[in-house]
Design a protein around this ligand. Structure first.
Ligand code: AMP
Length: 642
């Protein structure tokens, strides 16, 4: 496929905000892609050249791109930086300068998807002394042959700035639409353009109104047709060679369609790479269904829903429920096969190298192969007390001095689930059986590897006591789990829920901000916020970049806050602006941490702006003493059940 053609599709996808239209165009792109390009196209359309679970990174800084644009267009680095400042986006700079260059020199070869993709992948493998020069050369070569539009997309891909716009759900549905028969009723024939399109108000192909009912759609189906009375009939059947599936009614059609969608989603949650899912889906639905866990390849973790009350916890997972301490560490999946052990985080990062202690701890699990799920919690060696996540988070990124880290910041693994055991997936076994397996095969060793503390109960009173007990051990709260549920990788389906202490919000004043990048370039998009001490000093406590909305109608927006701050700007330095402390916002957060980074001595974990506090004067913003108290209380939290 020519890269130019790929971009045409990509632009169409970007050109619409409607998910249905995006999915439709994407499915057409996948359908027209030759087999040999299917992996590349599936990744590129997500703005990637590696799947999320692949540790390799393109590793190219803006400076290198500037040099490459300079090589390809003949403009000096200085003038490119000037353009960058003006346009706020290096992709646009590359586009504009390639356009200008075009008048003097015609670009030679047409770029193919394969060429662009393979070159970008190559970037990640370049190491050593002259790696910067080699990388610049690889990008320059692409840019020299690129049209202005192609230059724009190449630069954005290299800088990982294309990773927006296409969500998992869109890609999943597009795969369904591209590779499986049309379930009649869910798809209808447009009376105007005669294309089969998803049934909605408007035809995504020609824009005309769609008003086709189920029976009319059935009459129009023509080709290889599979007639299905109920969804059970297709559960073990290959369906890919049919053009249409016709069901007796709309309800069954919906069930059949959902079944196909779920097959694709389940495969994705296990493979964690849509490129592989596309390849399997092209082979057929039976191939997709055969996809299974493979120790060594990361798999998505099951996610938890948040509940506000203990009662809601029980009503979500059912009674009796398994309650567990909610540890404040980081999620790990430990994989073992043959003589290998690997450790992955919930973001599918391979952290085996950083955690030789977890690899060793896995020796206490008696099985030939497994994938287990748990939380690694740091603790203080002298007191044995657990440490907040932020104290051990440095171990996740650490590349050197590992032995010292293991010694200074030890972790204890608290296991709570098993996904794969001795060559077989355990995903479909109920939790109570999975837990039994864990209890059988794990030899617990305090400070090394233990099972999560659990309580099976139906009583709210017991749950409250269990919560208090958990908090008194410096944990974050408790989990509720459905004893009969399977393990659903990647899903937030209510098989487990979390119940946490609710943190008091802070009222803080904005003292600085940064201009955004890409599509947020016209707004101030992250904000330095401050509290005060009892001498009226304003002290920074963090940087908030979430909570605001893109559109005014959705709530307090970047645009509004930018307008409020603009007249207050005192100083500007690059992207950073300092503003008069006038705008007060209410900020929620997960935790207060000690931090040398800000004058207050504290920082906020996961802060988000909730609303404007224009009712508050500056001298009523949160006080440092109070924040210190909140920080102390975090360590010995009390129940605040509401
Ligand atoms: P949150 O990070 O607030 O969405 O809460 C869910 C996270 O809690 C999980 O991803 C785990 O990292 C963590 N966690 C701590 N203890 C447990 C437990 N006993 N069972 C499941 N998850 C737990």
């Amino acid at each position: 496929m020519l890269y130019k053609k790929f971009i045409e599709f990509y632009e169409k996808i970007q050109g619409t905000s409607k998910r249905l239209d995006k999915t439709y165009i994407l499915s057409k792109l996948l359908k027209t892609t030759e087999d040999e390009d299917i992996e590349r196209v599936t990744l590129l359309v997500q703005g990637r050249v590696f799947p999320a679970c692949d540790q390799r990174e393109i590793g190219v800084a803006a400076k290198m791109i500037i040099k490459a644009i300079s090589n390809a267009t003949g403009y000096s680095s200085n003038s490119i930086e000037n353009y960058w400042r003006k346009l706020g986006d290096l992709g646009k700079v590359a586009e504009e300068l390639t356009e200008k260059k075009k008048q003097s020199k015609l670009f030679s070869k047409e770029l193919s998807v394969r060429k662009v993709f393979d070159n970008l992948q190559k970037l990640a493998g370049v190491e050593g002394k002259s790696s910067v020069d080699i990388k610049i050369r690889i990008i320059s070569e692409l840019l020299s042959n690129a049209s202005p539009k192609e230059a724009l997309y190449i630069v954005r891909t290299v800088l990982s700035e294309l990773r927006v716009g296409i969500g998992e759900g869109t890609l999943r549905d597009a795969i369904v639409w591209a590779f499986f028969p049309k379930v009649v009723g869910i798809f209808v024939k447009c009376p105007h353009c005669k294309n089969w399109v998803p049934n909605s108000n408007k035809c995504p192909e020609c824009g005309s109104d769609l008003n086709t009912n189920f029976n009319d759609a059935v009459k129009e189906a023509d080709g290889r047709i599979l007639r299905v009375k109920e969804v059970e009939e297709i559960k073990n059947k290959e369906i890919k060679d049919y053009d249409f599936i016709i069901c007796p009614d709309e309800k069954t059609a919906r069930e059949v369609y959902n079944y196909i969608v779920n097959c694709v989603q389940d495969a994705y949650n296990i493979l964690t790479d849509f490129a592989l899912v596309s390849v399997e889906a092209k082979k057929g639905i039976l191939s997709l269904k055969k996809v299974t866990l493979k120790p060594g390849r990361p798999v998505k973790v099951m996610l938890a829903i948040k509940v506000k009350t203990l009662k809601e916890g029980f009503s979500t997972v059912g009674k009796p429920a398994q309650l567990e301490y909610k540890y404040d560490g980081f999620r790990v999946h430990i994989h073992k096969w043959k003589n290998h052990v690997k450790v992955f985080t919930r973001r599918l990062e391979d952290v085996t190298h950083q955690f030789p202690d977890i690899v060793k701890a896995a020796e206490n699990i008696n099985a030939d192969s497994f994938i287990v799920d748990g939380e690694a919690v740091g603790y203080d060696k002298r007191t044995g007390k657990s440490l907040p996540f932020q104290r051990i988070s440095q171990r996740i990124k650490r590349k050197y001095d590992i032995d010292r880290m293991v010694n200074d910041l030890p972790v204890e693994v608290n296991l709570f689930d098993i996904l794969f055991y001795n060559g077989e997936s355990t995903l479909n076994k109920p939790l109570r059986e999975r837990r039994e397996i864990l209890e059988r095969i794990v030899k617990e060793k305090k400070g090394v590897i233990v099972l999560s503390t659990k309580l099976v109960t139906s009583s709210e009173k017991d749950a409250r006591n269990f919560f208090n007990e958990s908090i008194s051990h410096s944990n974050e709260g408790i989990m509720f789990k459905n004893l009969n549920a399977p393990y659903k990788p990647g899903a937030r389906v209510g098989y487990m829920v979390k119940y946490k202490q609710i943190m008091e919000t802070l009222d803080l004043v904005i003292v600085g901000a940064e201009w955004g990048e890409g599509k947020r370039a016209k707004w101030l998009s992250s904000f330095y916020v401050a509290c005060r001490d009892d001498n009226e000093n304003i002290l920074r406590i963090g940087k908030v970049a979430s909570g605001l909305k893109e559109k005014r109608e959705e709530g307090l927006s970047y645009d509004e806050v930018t307008e409020m701050l603009k007249p207050l700007i005192i100083k500007q330095q690059g992207r950073y602006v300092e503003v008069e402390p006038k705008i007060i916002v209410e900020v929620a957060y997960e935790e207060i941490q000690k931090s040398p980074e800000y004058e207050s001595g504290f920082a906020l974990r996961f802060p988000r702006i909730i609303r404007l506090r224009d009712d508050k004067p500056l001298d009523e913003i949160s006080e440092l003493n109070h924040i210190r108290e909140l920080y102390e209380n975090q360590r010995n939290r009390k129940t605040k059940d509401n």
